[in-house]
Ligand binder design. Structure first.
Ligand code: DGL
Length: 261
């Protein structure tokens, strides 16, 4: 079973890609809605929450962990790997790789939470892959709560997106990494405000490919029959708004259970 977690709803964009790539696999998801957003918290707190979340998923039977959150990937990837000694996947590497492959002029923008942008992890990863690249980054702290609230098509959201991406637009980036798993939900408005010449990069498909490649080589992968994999979703706080936005992301309703961490 694959355990996936995020601070809230955003990681479901990764679940969507995982289900397409690995339709026979059972997935258990945890959205830590009681403690979202992580992007304005300290590294110590992000690490502590991430260890809690992983422990919960392992107790429920997960054998592989997918960190479907850029903020956690930036600060807690090593801690989770070292503590639990199980296969753990993060989103930064696949996102950076995809951006480098897609960029035509090596002018790459990144948007993310305050914590992800402050970590500088995207710049470091991109420059390792493509030393000549120029990277411009912008923190967009208001976007996570807007997505959690389901404010996808509101004019206020479009205004805020426009304000956040304006500095990147003036730098004439050719590729923009959606460096937060909540942002693909807003990709339509981001693309509209950015202009059609800029390629948006969502790392969900790329991470799903990496997980698929790994699982295909394991016993778990060879044992999966032609059955349809299950999806079990837990949240740590009220599920009502989560249910609505989850429907929007996954295209169907699903039962949501409460997790006591
Ligand atoms: N989806 C998380 C990410 O990718 C959002 C973090 C937050 O809660 O601020 O960074």
């Amino acid at each position: 079973m694959i355990g996936v977690f995020d601070s809230g709803i955003g990681g479901l964009t990764v679940v969507r890609a995982l289900r397409e790539r690995l339709p026979g696999h059972d997935i258990i998801y945890l959205g830590d809605t009681a403690r979202t957003p992580y992007g304005s918290k300290s590294a110590e707190t992000i690490i502590r929450y991430s260890l809690n979340n992983t422990e919960f998923l392992l107790k429920k039977g997960a054998r592989t962990i997918v960190i479907a959150c850029n903020t956690v990937s930036s600060y807690a990837f090593d801690a989770v790997r070292e503590q639990f000694k199980i296969p753990v996947f993060e989103v930064i590497g696949p996102g950076a790789q995809l951006a480098v492959e897609r960029s035509r002029r090596s002018r790459i923008g990144v948007i993310g939470t305050r914590a992800t942008i402050a970590s500088g992890v995207y710049e470091q990863t991109i420059k390792r892959l493509l030393p000549g690249a120029t990277v411009y980054a912008a923190a967009c702290p208001l976007l996570v709560p807007l997505v959690e609230e389901g404010w996808i098509n509101k004019p206020e959201t479009a205004m805020i997106v426009r304000k956040y991406i304006h500095p990147l637009k003036t730098r004439q980036i050719d590729t923009l990494i959606l460096g937060c798993t909540h942002y693909p939900v807003l990709s339509e408005v981001i693309q509209r405000k950015m202009g059609p010449q800029v390629v948006l990069v969502d790392s969900a498909r790329a991470i799903a490919d990496r997980v698929g490649g790994h699982i295909g080589k394991t016993l778990e992968g060879t044992a999966v029959a032609e059955k349809k994999g299950s999806l079990t979703v837990y949240v740590t706080d009220v599920a009502e708004q989560f249910r609505k936005t989850a429907h929007l992301i996954l295209g169907h309703c699903l039962p949501i259970q409460h997790a006591d961490l």
